[in-house]
Design a binder for this molecule. Structure first.
Ligand code: ATP
Length: 370
């Protein structure tokens, strides 16, 4: 799939622009703070109905404006799909084929993007939150059902936490509602964990050979889902639920002391091993970058397989962060069949044919000159 056309109105520092893109490589070039990342962000929001860098939609609307709008025409195997997002201070509306969608989970997934930004280089080294976010966003793209399950889980978690907070410091909890919430919590948590395990399986399948290639055959990458409950991928659903029930029962005193739910998907993490050692603890900066790059490239393959079409790749300021070998590996992998957007302050140093053949867009103070 590819983005054929984009229209922005009052989005970030863009007043009104219309752009036609190449189905291959598009380079957004400009000085700092001109609007390159904002443009990339608009493509990401068009796909995910939320930003990758803020959870506050108001920030996306141009300062002087009341509403912001992103419109895009997506070319897919079976034809063109117009997408539209209207952002307002009260909320957002999402349209597919000019029809407003009542649920955002029906909108997300129409356009698949893989974003690789400098903060993704912290996927390995950063906080568990970064890795959980990666997991949730990526699974959400290939399974809108997952987003629904995740939302449900978060709602129940909030209710359960509310009771724990109200009873914080007490030695025991006798509220019957708490048992009801705990039961619902376990059901919702196991659904989320099972989907995450399935995704990890696919991620392993694709990331391992990619990492092997980038490391010139020297490194074997293993990705592991680290469950706070100690649940393993090959357990039955009943065994997962039983283990969770026991863990929560055994830790009721601790949860009451702290006033929050201590175990579950919201506390789980990912681990990455290279040749059986933990990259987060022992890996060099180069190995951590290679791991992050392998995971992103794996996502492209995974979406191709699950969705049946290649996603759009957004490379925001990362090419210059990668050494020549990794850069050329990345550009060779995408060559031809993945529509790619690259932001950069200069094309010097990006000495690859693909860049030379790209469609160039010069970004200057919220305007784009072709
Ligand atoms: N809601 C908004 N309304 C108007 N302008 C905004 C809004 N949000 C951000 N900006 C402006 O957008 C500009 C930043 O643009 P952007 O982050 O896209 O920079 P960039 O071209 O990617 O630069 P760099 O190479 O430094 O990352 C800043 O001047 C900022 O003040």
């Amino acid at each position: 799939m590819y983005i054929e056309r984009l229209e922005l109105n009052d989005f970030r520092n863009y007043d009104s622009i219309e752009l036609d893109f190449s189905s291959k490589i598009n380079v957004l070039i400009g000085e700092n703070a001109q609007g390159k990342t904002n443009l990339m962000e608009s493509l990401y929001v068009l796909s995910m109905a939320k930003s990758h860098r803020t959870s506050n939609d108001k920030e996306l609307i141009r300062w002087e404006a009341e509403y912001g709008k992103i419109k895009g025409d997506i070319q897919k195997k079976y034809g063109r799909i117009p997408l539209e997002l209207i952002l307002s201070k009260k909320g957002k509306k999402a349209k597919v084929n000019h029809l407003e969608q009542s649920r955002l989970s029906d909108y997300i997934g129409q356009l698949n993007v893989v974003m690789f930004a400098p903060e993704d280089l912290f996927l390995v080294k950063g906080s568990p939150l970064v890795r959980r976010r990666f997991l949730d966003m990526e699974i959400g793209q290939i399974s809108p059902r997952y987003l629904h399950d995740l939302l449900q889980f978060q709602k129940i978690l909030k209710q359960r936490n509310h009771i724990l907070k109200q009873n914080q410091g007490k030695p025991k909890l006798t509220d019957v509602m708490f048992d009801v919430y705990t039961e619902q919590y376990i059901d919702a948590a196991v659904k989320v964990i099972q989907k995450r395990f399935q995704f990890m399986d696919l991620l392993q399948k694709w990331a391992e050979p990619i990492h092997f290639g980038i490391s010139r055959g020297l490194e074997k990458l293993t990705v592991v889902y680290d469950s706070t409950i100690g649940i393993k991928a090959d357990w039955s659903e009943d065994a997962m639920k039983a283990s969770m029930e026991k863990k929560l029962f055994d830790s009721q005193k601790r949860e009451l002391d702290r006033g929050v739910t201590l175990y579950g998907p919201h506390r789980d993490d990912l681990q990455f091993f290279v040749n059986n050692y933990d990259v987060q603890t022992y890996g060099s900066q180069g190995q951590q970058r290679t791991t992050a790059l392998s995971l992103k490239l794996a996502e492209i393959e995974l979406i191709k397989q699950e969705v049946g079409e290649a996603p759009v790749l957004l490379l925001d300021d990362v090419l210059s962060e990668l050494d020549d070998y990794r850069q050329s590996h990345l550009l060779t992998t995408i060559h031809g069949d993945v529509q790619t957007f690259v932001t950069t302050t200069s094309v010097e140093g990006i000495a690859h044919d693909t860049i030379q053949q790209a469609r160039m867009f010069h970004v200057e103070q919220g305007a784009v000159i072709k």
